[in-house]
Write a protein that binds this ligand. Sequence first.
Ligand SMILES: Cc1ncc(COP(=O)(O)O)c(C=O)c1O
Length: 373
Amino acid sequence: MSLKPVPHIEALEEYAVTSQDVWRIEDPRAAGRVLKLDWNEAPAVHEIVRERLAEFLARPGSINWYPDVAALDLSKAIAEYLGLSPLQVLPFGGSDVALETVARTYLGPGDQVALVHPGYDNFRIYAESCGARIHRVVPGPDPLTFSMSAFIGAIRALGPVRLIYLIQPNNPVGYLAGRAELIALLQAFPDTAVIVDEAYIEFADGEPTAAPLIAQFDNLFVGRSFSKAFGMAGLRLGYVVSHHRNLAHLRKLRNGKNLTMFAQIAGTALLQNIALVRQHVERVKAGRRSFTEAFRARGGTILDSQGNFALLRVADPQEVIFRLKLEGIYVRDRSTMRGLEGMLRLTFGPPEVMARVLTAFETMPAGLWQTAR
Ligand SMILES: Cc1ncc(COP(=O)(O)O)c(C=O)c1O
C-alpha cells in the first residue's frame, strides 16, 4: 500500500504545465532560430546580466558559499526602484515562491479564496495545498471583460473570504483595473488579504503599480517578477511588497538560501541600469502595437492587451500551433480554458520578431486563422 498524502494534496488538481520542448533541440542553429513565445518570457538576455555574472563567477565563493540570505543590496535597489523602504520589500526565488509564501502564511483548511478567472493558475495550487476552498470568479458578463463592481459583487456573495487574488495586467486576457478600482476592492474587503500579482506591470501603459497603496492598506500584497521585463526567468527572482508587519510573518517561512547570488547580482545590476529595461519594454510595446494592427488588418482576431502577450482567436488552434512550430515559433494553447475556446496566447517581442510571426501567419492558409472576415 502506498503512503497517502494529506487529503487536500491528494485531491489537488495539478497545474497543467506545457512541456519546455525547446530544451531538447540539440542543433544549435535550430535552437538559435526558435521564437519562444509560449511562456511570456523575454526574447533575449540583457547583456549587462551576462557581463556581471561572468565577473561574479570569477570571485571566490561564488558557487561554494551560501548566498547573502538577507539579499541586502538587492532589497535596497528594489526599494529605490519603487520609492519604498527596504523594509517593505521581500525578495524570493521567483514571484511564484513569494506568493506561495503569502498563501502559506495566511491560509488554513477551509478558508475561502477568490481567484480571478481566467487567470494564471499556479497560485491556485498554493492556496489549495493549504486546504483552502477555491472559488474561480469571472469578473464580468463574459470571461474577457473586467468589471470591478462585478468582481466585488461575486466575492461578496461567497461570504467571508480570507484571500483574493487579482492579476494586473491579467494573464492571459490582458486587461488592467485602474487605481480607483483597486482602492474600491481594498476598501470593500479590509479584513481579507488581497494579492495583486504584477508580474507584467512594466508592460502596462504608464506602469500603474499598486505598490504605493501599501501605505494606505495593510491588507495588500503586491507580487512582482524579474522573469518578464527583466528577462531573468531562468535565474528565478521575484518579490513581494507589503506592510512591514506582514513581511515579518512571511520572513518566518522564507528560506534566504534559495535566492542565489546569481539572481541577486543580476537583478541589482538591472535595477541600477533601469534605462536598459525600459528601452526593452518600449520595444516590446512597439511590437505589440505593430502586430496587433497588422494582424487585425489581415482579418485576424486579437485582444487588446496591457501585457507582453495577447490572446488570438483562430479558426483551427491545433493546426495553427503545429504550423507555427514548424517555423520554430512556439505559442501557448489556451483553447481548452473555460471561456477561451479557439484561443492561443502569444508573447510579444520587438517589431522585428513580430514581423517574423506575421509572415508565418501569412504563409498559412487563411482559413486556419482568420476569424474576423
Ligand atoms: C501572472 C503571473 N504571475 C507569476 C508568474 C511567475 O513568475 P516568476 O517567474 O517570477 O515565478 C507568471 C509566469 O508566467 C505569471 O504569468
